[in-house]
Write a new protein. Sequence first.
Length: 350
Amino acid sequence: MEYRQLGRGPLQVSAYGLGVMTFGAQTAEDDAFRQLDMAFAAGITLFDTAENYPAPVLAATQGRSEEILGRWIAARKLRRQVVIATKVAGPGDGPGDMTHIRGAGRCLDAKNIAQAVDDSLRRLRTDVIDLYQIHWPERPVTTLRRPRYSYLPDAPGLVPLEETLAGLSAQVRAGKIREIGICNESPWGAMRYLAAAAQGGFARIASIQNSYSLLDRNFELGLAEIAMREQTGLIGFSPLASGLLTGKYRAAAAPIAGSRSSLFAGFSARFAPAVLAAANAYAALAEQHGLEPAHLALAFAAQQPFTTSVLMAASSAAQLRQNLGAIAVRLPREVLQKINAIHDRNPNPR
């Protein structure tokens, strides 16, 4: 396992992390512990969760992913050996009705951030969060599956980025969080956070957690340069495009029973003909070079110069065991060139 610097700070994180979005819903706690044990044994030290997990987001299960991760860390006595990343939920473009989290007035002001931090610390059974992230912006952005940009006026009472950053910085000064990050952000948003930090003496973002995969390379269009020049590397989520890049959908135009795509209605749009065609091309390329399709996809994301870490996520220990094989894979230049050729024929398909 390779370890990389998180932002400009002292923390080192594994080149692959484990996302625990399914823990407490699709993944039962005993299987979650197996996954966590396997990941740590393979060298993974970055574990990523959020206050609103697991998915689907429900009042009855909210917070269970953090609780399971916290119980595992405590049981294994690994707090000093792992990096905990979690997130605060914002309003607006977030998934589902989440009024059970701090009510209908939930936003990204200092009061909400302070409450969210304290609640996550309790569920995680720790006194400090290593990486605390804004899960999504308050304003509508194209990174949350809006197909194109069109200006929408800010909602009344929208909390400015500077106020959000001040709230995060207060938690850093209080010793409750070490580093801060943003998720599902745009280039404009990332640069505003960086400018506000420089001008106001606030904490500086260490990472940008956005979707990144063979089927979604939009990060490269603006954020990649920011990530490299400003040392705010990508923490890539959905590197397997919710299973589309594992090869299991090559002969199927509909979700497979028991998969996330079959459980959540919003995933059905991912089976558009252009998407399946690209996924099939990458699977065929992997097979031509004696690789598992999932290993091709994961290794591609991890090898990018702007990537800090790539989040694996699996609904079962069996799936994770297979994905962990990507750690030993290094794609040669020839394969990378062929990947780019497929991408250029059908870039970021929808």
